[in-house]
Ligand binder design. Sequence first.
Ligand SMILES: [Zn+2]
Length: 155
Amino acid sequence: METCEMCGMPIKGRPYKAVVDGAEMILCQRCYNKLVKSGRATPVYERKVVQVKKKVERFEGQLELQEGFGEIVKKGRESRGWTQQTLAQKLRISESMLKKIEQEKMKPSINLAKKIEQLLKVRILQPVEYEEMEEGPFHDKVTFGDVVVIRRDED
Ligand SMILES: [Zn+2]
């Protein structure tokens, strides 16, 4: 069992590492808390950087609206010389709803978007791409007092 370099007592539980008066010391929790609180000790953070994890997965069949879908709908409609009323009628939706879709104030359902694509021969849907990213120093994610971990093979 390790002993606290401050009070000399055996460390029960987890040892804490901190810089006390310029020197790195292994402390019991009690001394650690006391010294850090008083400002005499600076915690030593384990600089374990979580590896950047980038995961991109494609889910076949899952679709989402493309960015700028409103503009695509508008241009597709105009290139056919259709008014909003005409297209709305073909889609069996209200003109105001189509207006909102073109202004991207409203997102059409996937089914409606598919109908729009068929009618206008445009593409406003794209496969969903999930992107998950995790990065940054380990100590950003743990709470104060919890950050000091000593590996016994270090000493
Ligand atoms: Zn101690």
